[in-house]
Design a protein. Structure first.
Length: 312
């Protein structure tokens, strides 16, 4: 019914077929034929051709009102798409575990919001397993995590390398015979503990101590158990938790030994209640990555956020 509506609207604006034809760069007979086809399609004349200048019929008035509504919708869509491209509007949904939501994402979101203040950001705090389900379902644009997700389903960029360490309450007597392996917190902050000259602790020295281990659906929990198995013991686990930050806080209270990433130790408040040790083997090293669903459209907001998070 509205195919060719630009011809009708131009005649309405010019109040003349000849002027409208000149404006549209077509012949007057061609314009008249196009308008007549539209009138036949709707079953009623749009213009009263007996008047000079041309006037609208009652049907014509409603038709023009409908055209103007359609034009408004088109213009609004064009403006929205232009603003979306310029990041003057839009949304960005990001997910992270308790640690990443508390210590890593806030500064990145703040930098992004300062540059693109009109983008509405949603931050979802969940377990790694739940976040991956939300990402796969399209309810998240990005998630940050230290786990390894299925490459058949997700794409990723590496945000940062991370290294697990052992955090032991200073009150534990086992520390007295392992002093040569203890790492000052400053060497963790500046990364110098990664030097080959820094010794890895003989982990089986802690075989009889209580451990705080994350659940097996958490990458830290999986790696902790693997590292212990590689060192020929099964940890005496007193707590199975979901979040690395919670394990860190409980270890600070003196209740058990736990495995902690250097990224957390660089972000969380420094404590004097823990002693840190470098771990042996390759399983203590991993990547922290931003993930998104494979094959999905990468929005401009996602692109710009990743540029801020992953500077070249």
């Amino acid at each position: 019914m509205f195919q060719g509506m630009k011809y009708v609207y131009e005649v309405y604006k010019e109040k003349s077929f000849s002027k409208a034809a000149a404006s549209l760069f077509i012949s007057q007979p061609s314009l008249s034929a196009n308008v007549k086809r539209i009138e036949n399609r709707i079953g009623s004349p749009i213009f009263d051709r007996s008047t000079k200048p041309l006037q609208l019929t009652e049907v014509g008035e409603h038709y023009i009102q409908a055209i103007e509504k359609i034009m408004d919708i088109e213009n609004n869509l064009k403006n929205f798409i232009r603003d979306l491209g310029d990041l003057k509007t839009g949304t960005l949904n990001i997910g992270g575990s308790n640690f990443f939501s508390s210590w890593v994402l806030p500064s990145l979101i703040a930098d992004f919001s300062q540059k693109f203040p009109n983008i509405q950001i949603s931050l979802v705090e969940e377990s790694s397993a739940n976040l991956s389900l939300l990402l796969q379902a399209g309810k998240l644009d990005l998630m940050i995590d230290n786990c390894i997700l299925d490459e058949q389903i997700f794409d990723h960029y590496v945000y940062q390398k991370e290294h697990l360490l052992l955090a032991v309450p200073k009150s534990y007597s086992v520390n007295t015979r392992l002093q040569e392996y203890q790492i000052p917190i400053e060497t963790i902050h500046d990364g110098s503990f990664l030097s080959p000259e820094v010794l890895s602790v003989p982990l089986n020295s802690f075989a009889n101590e209580p451990f705080i281990i994350l659940r097996s659906d958490n990458d830290t929990g999986k790696r902790a158990l693997t590292i212990c198995q590689e060192n020929n013991f099964t940890p005496h686990t007193i707590f199975r938790l979901d979040q690395q930050m919670t394990a860190y806080n409980i270890a600070c209270s003196g209740m058990g030994i736990t495995f902690i990433g250097d990224l957390l130790l660089a972000s969380a408040p420094t404590t004097s209640e823990l002693i840190f040790y470098k771990l042996p083997g390759k399983n203590c090293n991993r990547n922290v990555s931003f993930y998104w669903k494979k094959g999905r459209y990468i929005s401009r907001a996602m692109e710009e956020f990743l540029k801020i998070a992953l500077p070249q």
